[in-house]
Design a protein around this ligand. Structure first.
Ligand code: URP
Ligand code: ZN
Ligand code: ZN
Length: 472
């Protein structure tokens, strides 16, 4: 008789392939059996999941943890608090960024982020690279070594002074990605449009946080999205457009996919649940809490993003968790409360709330199926970043990363109940119908009975496989 460390009994299991009822037997951190009537006497622990949906642990493929900066700002979450907060919200794998400073080698960047994560993470993690220096040595010598070592995705910025690459440099990185079978993730906003609009707004005295949404126009996002698609077409390589915010950008992606181009795309909760109005009224500095790039748009874009999630235009749903404390001289108040919008650190918290917001409004709100929820939040990111089938599904042999849901809630989201080190949530007061009752990371509870029960350092580094065949 085979024994189990844990049986999750009577689970309403959701996978991309369908929904079925079974018991889940867990041994040595992996799913060892999916069957009816597993004998509870054969397990050290039994969780009765009767009446509860069980989904794969979330894979959050876009978050910034303990990311270094060169302007004196400091993100709120490191690997300890960020992964704790992820676990409490049902996420069991995170893929933050190892950011290269200009002039730094990728090897140095990766070593730095491993040091930051060491002994801190309570759930498993991989790394994307951020390439800010696309010199021939980086692209031709360092990148192949990185892909070989399990860093198979790179973020490229079309804006931000210290990070942006020229189109020519982007072509070089895309060409390397093609040869290596890696994935380039593109932040698509037109840098000159942002700079030009910012200059005009500031000259007119329009400095309050809310003007960030005007400076980062949907037109600039649309243009850069189309340009990124064109560069990808030219090189004949897949790309992923990250944090897509507007109807105009969704339309470009929809068009490109209709042409048969290999374009993947990501959106985030802020583009479903916030609008530019959340950046404040008048001169209210509290609007800084919702400054992120691209910014939240309007009701029409929210509708287009929901449609894109339902109709398959979007590949993945990530948080883009990049929190800065509001009341902090290294956070949103880096340059004081009178700072103009262009000097306020960009980014908002969202790791812990990503899954419950989408479960509540997407699945229980009747906008997407439970299977599509699983695809967007776990299976597709695991596939796209070379972690599947170890991560992102409920199947024999997969890691026992599971969320057992409470889906009958009338809960009010409050910052005080969350576990990030961020000092606010942009979703304060939102009504939720769902929250994880249990989160299991490799079969071990990290969230149960309303409390965090993970262990710092229990999270393991996951080298990623290259997601695409290498091409000559
Ligand atoms: O404003 C944002 N999104 N900050 C995080 C960095 C990025 O561009 O994803
Ligand atoms: Zn970005
Ligand atoms: Zn980001």
């Amino acid at each position: 008789m085979q024994r189990f460390d844990l049986i999750v009994s009577n689970a309403d299991i959701v996978t991309v392939g369908g929904r079925f009822n079974a018991d889940i037997g867990v041994r040595d951190g992996r799913i060892a059996a999916l069957a009816h009537g597993l004998d509870p006497a054969l397990a050290d622990q039994v969780i009765d999941a009767a009446g509860r949906m069980v989904t794969p642990g979330g894979v959050d493929a876009h978050c910034h943890l303990d990311q270094a900066s060169d302007d004196g700002s400091k993100g709120s979450d490191d690997f300890l608090t960020g992964t704790r907060s992820a676990a409490c919200g049902g996420t069991t794998t995170v893929i933050p960024f190892a950011m290269q400073f200009k002039g730094q080698s990728l090897d140095e960047a990766v070593a730095d982020y491993h040091r930051r994560a060491e002994g801190q993470a309570s759930i498993d993690y991989a790394f994307h690279l951020i390439i800010s220096d696309a010199s021939p040595a980086v692209v031709k010598e360092q990148l192949p070594r990185m892909v070989e070592a399990g860093y198979t995705s790179f973020k490229i910025y079309m804006t931000y002074e210290s990070l942006k690459l020229s189109d020519r440099e982007i072509l070089d990185v895309l060409d390397a990605a093609r040869t290596l079978g890696a994935l380039s993730m593109i932040h698509a906003e037109n840098d000159d449009c942002i700079a030009w609009l910012t200059e005009r707004l500031l000259a007119q005295g329009k400095t309050a946080p809310r003007y960030h949404a005007l400076a980062h126009s949907a037109i600039g996002e649309r243009e850069a999205t189309h340009r990124a698609i064109s560069l990808s077409e030219l090189v004949d390589v897949p790309i992923l457009l990250v944090h897509v915010s507007s109807r105009a950008a969704v339309e470009q992606i929809h068009w490109a996919r209709g042409q048969g181009f290999n374009i993947f795309s990501e959106t985030c909760p802020q583009y479903l649940f916030l609008t530019a109005e959340d950046l404040g009224i008048g001169d209210d500095f509290h609007g800084a809490k919702c400054i992120c790039s691209p910014p939240p748009r309007d009701a029409d874009s929210q509708k287009a993003i929901w449609n894109g999630l339902a109709n398959g235009t979007f590949t993945i749903f990530s948080s883009d968790h990049s929190p800065y404390n509001f009341d902090d001289p290294q956070g949103k108040k880096l340059h004081g409360e009178d700072a103009s919008f262009d000097r306020i650190p960009n980014g908002i918290p969202g790791l812990e709330t990503r899954l419950s917001l989408l479960m509540s409004e997407g699945v229980l709100g009747g906008r997407i199926s439970a299977e599509r929820f699983v695809e967007l939040t776990a299976t597709a990111p695991a596939r796209l970043y070379g972690l599947y089938p170890q991560k992102g599904t409920i199947a024999v042999g997969a890691d026992a990363d599971l969320v057992i849901w409470d889906n009958d809630l009338d809960k009010t989201l409050r910052h005080v109940d969350l576990h990030s080190a961020a000092d606010y949530t942009p979703y304060e007061g939102f009504k939720l119908k769902a929250w994880p009752a249990w989160t299991l990371s490799r079969g071990k509870p990290v969230w149960a009975h309303g409390a965090y029960c993970g262990t710092a350092g229990a999270g393991r580094f996951l080298p990623c496989a290259a997601p695409f065949p290498a091409q000559k």
